[in-house]
Design a protein. Structure first.
Length: 130
């Protein structure tokens, strides 16, 4: 027996895994619309600089869109990393454990957000602190 404390059924984990893989595929597809994958590093993308033309307003639009793409890329890359980490934990054990209290996270919460890393009780406690 492993030391995995989670009580999730294989069916539940399979469902979550399918959701995560689906999200991963969507994210990668979206990222490739405005970013290039770094061939040397897994899950690392770089936003590409758009090219609309050489006029001044076109150049300005390029810079403006590039800035938007950069932050978009950063957010999506972070989400992708969370998704991959969750997938990793499903395979190796430890998925769905709250990082604060080490209890299992509510299934309802995981179904709504498969990358959740804290249970509702801890999440609430933290949100109220801020
Ligand atoms: Zn907790």
């Amino acid at each position: 027996m492993t030391k995995d404390k989670t009580k999730f059924s294989p069916e539940f984990l399979a469902k979550i895994k399918a959701m995560l893989l689906d999200e991963k595929a969507k994210l990668e597809k979206e990222l490739l619309k405005f970013a290039k994958k770094d061939p040397n590093q897994e899950d690392d993308y770089s936003a590409t600089f758009p090219n609309y033309g050489d006029k001044e307003d076109e150049n300005a639009a390029e810079v403006a869109d590039y800035v938007v793409n950069l932050s978009l890329e950063e957010n999506m890359e972070k989400t992708l990393r969370d998704v991959n980490q969750s997938l990793d934990r499903i395979d190796k054990g430890g998925y769905g454990i709250c990082k604060y209290c080490h209890n299992s996270i509510e299934e309802k919460r995981l179904l709504a957000r498969p990358t959740s890393s804290s249970c509702m009780t801890c999440k609430k406690a933290i949100t109220q602190e801020v």
